[in-house]
Design a binder for this molecule. Structure first.
Ligand SMILES: Nc1nc2c(ncn2[C@@H]2O[C@H](COP(=O)(O)OP(=O)(O)OP(=O)(O)O)[C@@H](O)[C@H]2O)c(=O)[nH]1
Ligand SMILES: [Mg+2]
Length: 196
């Protein structure tokens, strides 16, 4: 996709604050600090559209971005931030589950995981929610630049086994080198067109 425009629309916690349901929407989910905001910037060729931070838990609201007047991207706050107070973690669950279960224009989710980590219980819960609400999703293993090519393939196999996915269902990506950008876009296009 050629990116002609990419702009921030609004932040929201609850449905009354979501923008109107006009365009197909893709949401990006994953652990705190995994690199969701960096992935969005990288695939849109924008350095600073979405705020990124080395401090985990920075994105705390649902942030909506309009791409080319064709698509909406939603940056979902990261889960699993150990230092977040219990009330915040509960609020996170409610905010995300409400969004996933009520948003009619949500076409699919890009589930982002760190290539160096074994998926944790929160990654599994999100997958369970997505399956429960019948929301199509693709999986991306990011920060691939932190491993050698041989280690990337080994980790891809290990993670695939853990989440009961095929090895090729895990897209290898790096926001730093931009490797895997086309594969992520191909996945997003599949989600928006609902082609298998
Ligand atoms: N080496 C490398 N670093 C990355 C990559 N993606 C993200 N980072 C770094 O990881 C840190 C977190 O990135 P963010 O994009 O802010 O992560 P996030 O998932 O949006 O974080 P929260 O919004 O806090 O949940 C930053 O220091 C990024 O520079 C990548 O592909 N490679
Ligand atoms: Mg973020």
């Amino acid at each position: 996709m050629i990116i002609k425009s990419a702009e921030f629309v609004t932040s929201a916690v609850k449905p009354s604050q979501y923008p109107e349901e006009a365009l197909p929407e893709i949401a990006f989910a994953g652990r705190s600090n995994v690199g969701k905001s960096s992935l969005i910037n990288a695939i849109l060729n924008r350095r600073h559209l979405v705020k990124t931070s080395s401090t985990p838990g920075r994105t705390q609201l649902l942030n909506f971005f309009r791409i080319n007047d064709e698509l909406v991207f939603v940056d979902i706050p990261g889960y699993g931030y150990a230092k977040a107070p219990v009330s915040v973690r509960k609020g996170w669950g409610t905010m995300i589950e409400t969004y996933l279960s009520t948003r009619k224009t949500l076409n699919g989710v890009v589930l982002i995981m760190d290539i160096r980590r074994i998926p944790g219980p929160e990654d599994i819960s999100v997958t369970d929610w997505l399956n429960f609400y019948k929301i199509p999703f693709i999986r991306v293993l990011t920060k691939a630049d932190k491993l050698s090519k041989a280690q990337q393939i080994k980790q891809q196999e290990i993670v695939a086994k853990t989440v009961f996915a095929g090895k090729d269902d895990l897209i290898l990506f790096s926001a730093k080198s931009k490797a895997g950008k086309k594969a992520v876009w191909d996945g997003i296009e599949k989600l928006t067109q609902r082609i298998d």
